[in-house]
Write a protein that binds this ligand. Structure first.
Ligand SMILES: C[S@@+](CC[C@H](N)C(=O)[O-])C[C@H]1O[C@@H](n2cnc3c(N)ncnc32)[C@H](O)[C@@H]1O
Length: 302
């Protein structure tokens, strides 16, 4: 890599002469101005290279039952809720709410929640949970980042959040919609490094893991959009558990979109080697640390 020459314009002398000065001017490294970098384009290019599934409606519909089961047990929601400075008078918009990972525990702590998701199955599970727990202040809306939110009747809320759900081609447009949907504060959480993806399983399947753009890309995009955001991190040991090896296979093959018989066999033998039974539940024998970034900003101070 070529060094940055900071000596432009100085008279050349033996003392100030840098060996890099022999590099023709047109070949010298010119650092880009961070404000001029098209972070939205970079996010999209990184997302296109993403090796884990793309996340169409059918994908999330299929994953809904297992996702709902595991996400409600994860340390993630407990730690995320600790970061929110929840106020009882808040109205809240939860985009990509799934079956209510956050909306369900938040329902009794805020005034009202609009829970939006692209997946009808996720929303059906959320409504079931609300009915079971007697929750009546969550309104579900089936919709996507790409939709016209006015037509969906989303409206303005005190706080808008998108937890692990910024799944789109146009990050800037999605973040703009989320920002406009909030009067007081916005929260977005996203992956740090590999996020929830298990690199070992990818390796066993002979796939490369490219997790897509992580938080630092979004942070830079927000900076370019004029939003000076705060970042907190949530880390925990993964504790996904399954009823049986078959249940683990069903969950993971849907998550990884295992399509061929050969991949299916590899996954089965991987699970045979790596699953252990603990107190009647099946889980991976190795610990895995997962980290998420929670990016947030205040509207009032912006
Ligand atoms: C990884 S889950 C996160 C769910 C929940 N917020 C959480 O933190 O557990 C991603 C959610 O985003 C939803 N989703 C995916 N693409 C979407 C889109 N384009 N617009 C809105 N929601 C989307 C999925 O259906 C899914 O429920």
């Amino acid at each position: 890599m070529k060094h940055i020459s900071y000596l432009h314009g100085l008279p050349e002398s033996r003392e100030t002469r840098n060996p890099e000065d022999d590099v023709p001017r047109e070949e010298r490294y010119v650092p880009p101005d961070i404000r001029e970098i098209d972070w939205n384009r970079i996010c999209w290019e990184k997302r296109k290279q993403k090796s884990s599934p793309t996340g169409a409606t059918a994908y999330w519909d299929k994953r809904a039952p297992a996702f709902a089961r595991n996400s409600s047990k994860s340390d993630y929601s407990v730690k995320f809720l600790r970061l929110l400075e929840v106020k009882p008078h808040w109205t809240l918009l939860d985009v990509g709410c799934a079956a209510g990972t956050l909306a369900i525990p938040l329902a009794e702590r805020v005034k009202r929640i609009t829970a939006m998701d692209i997946s009808g199955n996720m929303l059906a599970l959320l409504r079931e949970r609300c009915a079971k727990s007697g929750i009546s202040n969550i309104q579900t809306v089936q919709g996507a980042w790409e939709d016209d939110w006015n037509a969906l009747g989303i409206g303005e809320h005190d706080v808008a959040l998108a937890s692990r759900s910024l799944i789109t081609e146009d990050f800037e447009s999605a973040l703009t919609k989320l920002d406009r949907g909030a009067r007081k504060r916005v929260y977005v959480s996203t992956i740090v490094g590999d996020g929830p993806h298990d690199r070992r399983i990818y390796r066993a399947l002979g796939r490369n893991l490219n997790p897509g753009p992580d938080y630092i890309y979004l942070y830079n995009l927000l900076y370019r959009m004029g939003i000076r955001a705060n970042v907190n991190f949530i880390s925990y040991q993964e504790r996904n558990s399954y009823e049986s090896p078959d249940d683990a296979y069903t969950h993971l093959s849907a998550k990884l979109e295992v399509a061929t018989r050969e991949e299916g066999e590899i996954l089965r033998s991987y699970l045979k080697e790596n699953l252990v039974c603990h107190e009647g539940k099946w889980m991976m024998s190795y610990p895995r640390k997962i980290s998420w970034a929670v990016i947030w900003w205040d509207k009032e101070k912006a």
